[in-house]
Design a protein around this ligand. Structure first.
Ligand SMILES: *Cc1c(COP(=O)(O)O)cnc(C)c1O
Length: 503
């Protein structure tokens, strides 16, 4: 194939420079009739600063060329719609299309949040029903749908702890967080004005009860715990943990990001949790990533209900719903209107489409898939904790590190095999972690392919470690300098400096 044809994009490895090569002066992607208002001249009427100047070197292309350019770029993305996305802790499950259909129904998509309550009864009923479903799933008593993400839910929850204890004249200073926690947990506690103290994990990968008993004093406002924890291991001492914290007047906050392991099987409200957030963009299949929008509803026990953010949905006699903002003990508003409505609609669609039996089957399949993965890979990769896995499994790069190959190298090589990497180097208690969460969305055939790739990379690490350490090799962009990519990202096209400007 000639270099010219290859570059022109008749082949899969199309060049991003193509748009510059097809550019020719005077091409347009639009055409407007000439301005026919007498006496108007854009620069004079609008002022010169309002009129866009020509950008030196900016490509000039036709409509079909620009359409092809952006469509081509869109095919270079990797997403859950193109392949498995085993990013542990993130629960990158399939975003069912039925959710999208429902969220686009005209009455829902075009509803204005400033409409009076009496004209929004349908939308309010949807929110009310979602609250009810989440109460049922978590075993809690009241829900706010306002928070826009998991971390935002955490902050809402920890502010509720603060408001509750202050209302009892017992303000406290410390939040306990296990050493396996997601980074948002200590960050949240610090943002809410608490000092963070760490609780160690034991050899089984669970929270160390002795360490908790030692730290749990009257200065401690509460514990933030993830269950199953970030090793994918269920905290079997959870009842005792809750009792230790409650006994000293603390509250237990559960990070519910791992609810994909529990929905339909166990309810945090039944095992002593006081507050929990849910990540609808994880467990409940709403779109994930790209900075949102997401949703991180918070569910609480009855005694914490007065502290929920305002406004709160209330049912009037006769069944009409209205927002009530007159709640003197509320922590205040945490988000505009009722939260990210379109996301909430998608989550409800997912819950109703599955029904109770479907949600239970989903949980079971997610756990089954993770355990299949664990069993198939435990010969090739070190498994630092032997306790049973729920919805994800965490390996380490110990075997490969002997050949100088790290979890980051393995992740990069996985891209050559056509997969999105797993989560790298988290949780922090595992040196060189590989955290894999297949979710229930993947078929056995897809799991087999991933397992084959992971085994092949383990073999390469022994025989050809350089190949792994310099990966990826088949991508358009080779291994990036991660620090520069982070600190000085190039996010948009800029004209090359002209020789005069450079002087
Ligand atoms: C994803 C996650 C969070 C944070 O949720 P966001 O929606 O990303 O803010 C917190 N804890 C755990 C364990 C998570 O996996």
């Amino acid at each position: 194939m000639s270099e010219k044809i290859r570059k022109a994009g008749r082949h899969v490895t199309q060049s991003e420079a193509l748009i510059f090569e097809t550019s020719a002066a005077g091409k347009h992607a639009y055409s407007l009739p000439p301005l026919d208002v007498p006496g108007v001249e854009a620069a004079k009427t609008l002022g010169t600063e309002q009129v866009r100047r020509e950008i030196e070197g900016f490509p000039e292309v036709s409509e079909i060329e620009i359409i092809r350019h952006f469509t081509r770029l869109s095919t270079w993305n990797y997403g859950v719609d193109t392949g498995m996305y085993p990013l542990g802790s993130c629960t990158m499950k399939y975003n069912a299309r039925v959710n999208e259909v429902v969220a686009r129904l005209e009455g829902l998509a075009t509803e204005h949040p400033c409409q009076p309550d009496e004209l929004s009864q349908g939308c309010l009923k949807i929110l009310r029903l979602l609250e009810r479903c989440l109460r049922e799933i978590t075993g809690m008593d009241a829900v706010t749908l306002q928070p826009a993400a998991g971390a935002h839910g955490e902050l809402t929850g920890v502010l509720i702890i603060r408001a509750y204890q202050e209302s009892k004249g017992d303000p406290r200073e410390v939040i306990l967080v296990p050493d396996s926690a997601h980074g948002t947990n200590p960050a949240t506690a610090a943002t809410a004005g608490y000092r963070v103290e760490n609780i160690k994990s034991n050899r089984a990968g669970r929270m160390d009860l002795g360490s908790l008993r030692e730290r749990m004093t009257e200065r401690v406002a509460g514990l933030m715990i993830t269950n199953p924890n970030t090793l994918g291991i269920f905290e079997t001492d959870i009842l005792e943990i809750a009792e230790v914290v409650h006994h000293r007047g603390g509250l237990v906050y559960m990070d519910g990001a791992n609810m994909n392991a529990l929905v339909g099987v166990a309810r945090p409200g039944d095992f002593g949790m006081d507050i929990i957030h849910l990540n609808l963009h994880k467990t409940f299949s709403t779109p994930h990533g790209g900075g949102g929008p997401g949703a991180g509803p918070v569910a609480v026990k009855k005694f914490l209900e007065p502290f929920l953010p305002v406004p709160v949905l209330e049912e009037r006699p006769g069944g009409t719903l209205r927002w009530n903002a007159e709640r003197p003990q509320s922590i205040g508003r945490v988000r505009a209107f009722g939260g990210n409505f379109g996301v909430l609609v998608r989550a409800l669609a997912y819950i109703l489409a599955n029904g109770p039996d479907g949600l239970l089957a989903t949980t079971r399949d997610a756990v089954l898939n993770a355990n299949y993965m664990r069993k198939q890979l435990e010969g090739a990769y070190e498994l630092p904790y032997q306790s049973p896995s729920l919805h994800e499994c965490v390996f380490s790069d110990k075997k490969q590190a002997r050949h100088g190959v790290t979890t980051m190298d393995i992740a990069k090589r996985l891209i050559d095999y056509g997969f999105h990497p797993y989560t790298v180097a988290f949780p922090l208690i595992v040196q060189g972690a590989l955290m894999i969460e297949p979710t229930e969305s993947e078929s056995q055939e897809e799991l087999e392919l991933f397992i084959e790739a992971m085994r092949a990379i383990a073999a390469e690490a022994e025989t050809e470690p350089e190949l792994v350490k310099t990966a990826p090799h088949t991508t358009r962009v080779k291994r990036l300098d991660e620090v520069t990519a982070n600190r000085k990202p190039i996010l948009r096209w800029k004209p090359a400096p002209t020789p005069e400007a450079a002087d």
